[in-house]
Design a protein around this ligand. Structure first.
Ligand code: AMP
Length: 211
């Protein structure tokens, strides 16, 4: 059987990162995440692309989308090297969805469904350990080691103001993409407000059914 080719969708904070780590381990496929790829290339010079700002970081720090041209190129390159994948953070709008159709076929689009109030709570409380890249939450998942607690940092775009803007931008751009995949019959919804283990049970079963 060919390796699964998936897109995972859900608002920022819906738990995509947590589930993707489990998916890649279970199915042995690549995790392609545009958010991480862009964070590693925040200072990349894109001034020759006729964009408003000269680097991806300037868009990201304001919660705006990085121009399609930049993101499409990142995804195209990563897909060409993958044998099975879970694509995370892309497509974020209909233009990207159309571009993706020209690059590859999809077995399944998984949608992690989480309400807005819960999303804001999750994101503003999220903290990162810069030494291990481990993710914590001040309330749901604080570190046991006080030394780790002291060095935790907040992602620059996890402040309340930027979070609300990211959720607004997400909804505005991504709603049509979700409707599009729903009409095509490839979208499956999973209740993302359950515990991470319960979400994983549903996610795993849904992928196995689609493959
Ligand atoms: P994320 O980690 O997925 O929440 O992404 C963080 C930021 O990276 C977003 O707020 C956007 O500025 C940028 N970004 C990630 N994926 C995309 C995408 N597919 N299209 C445009 N910008 C993106």
């Amino acid at each position: 059987m060919a390796q699964p080719q998936l897109v995972i969708m859900g608002a920022p904070g819906a738990g995509k990162g947590t589930q993707c780590a489990k998916i890649t381990e279970e199915f042995g496929i690549d995790h392609i995440t545009t958010g991480d790829a862009l964070r590693s290339n925040k200072e990349m010079d894109i001034s020759d692309m006729d964009t408003e700002y000269d680097t991806p970081g300037e868009y990201m720090d304001q919660g705006e989308l990085v121009p399609d041209e930049v993101v499409n190129a990142i995804v195209d390159e990563a897909l060409s090297q993958a044998d099975g994948f879970v694509l995370d953070g892309y497509p974020r709008n209909m233009e990207q969805a159309e571009e993706l159709e020209g690059m590859t076929d999809l077995d399944l689009v998984l949608y992690l469904d989480v309400g807005e109030e819960e999303l804001v709570h999750r994101l503003t409380g999220r903290r990162l350990d810069p030494e291990t890249d481990e993710i914590y939450h001040v309330e749901y998942n604080p570190p046991e080691d006080p030394e780790v607690e002291d060095r935790l940092v907040q992602r620059e775009d996890d402040t309340e103001e930027t979070v609300k803007e990211r959720l607004r931008v997400y909804q505005e751009n991504t709603e049509p993409v979700i409707e599009h995949y729903e009409e095509e019959g490839v979208l499956e919804r999973v209740d993302g407000e359950q515990s991470p283990d319960e979400v994983w049970e549903d996610v795993k079963a849904t992928i196995e059914d689609a493959a």
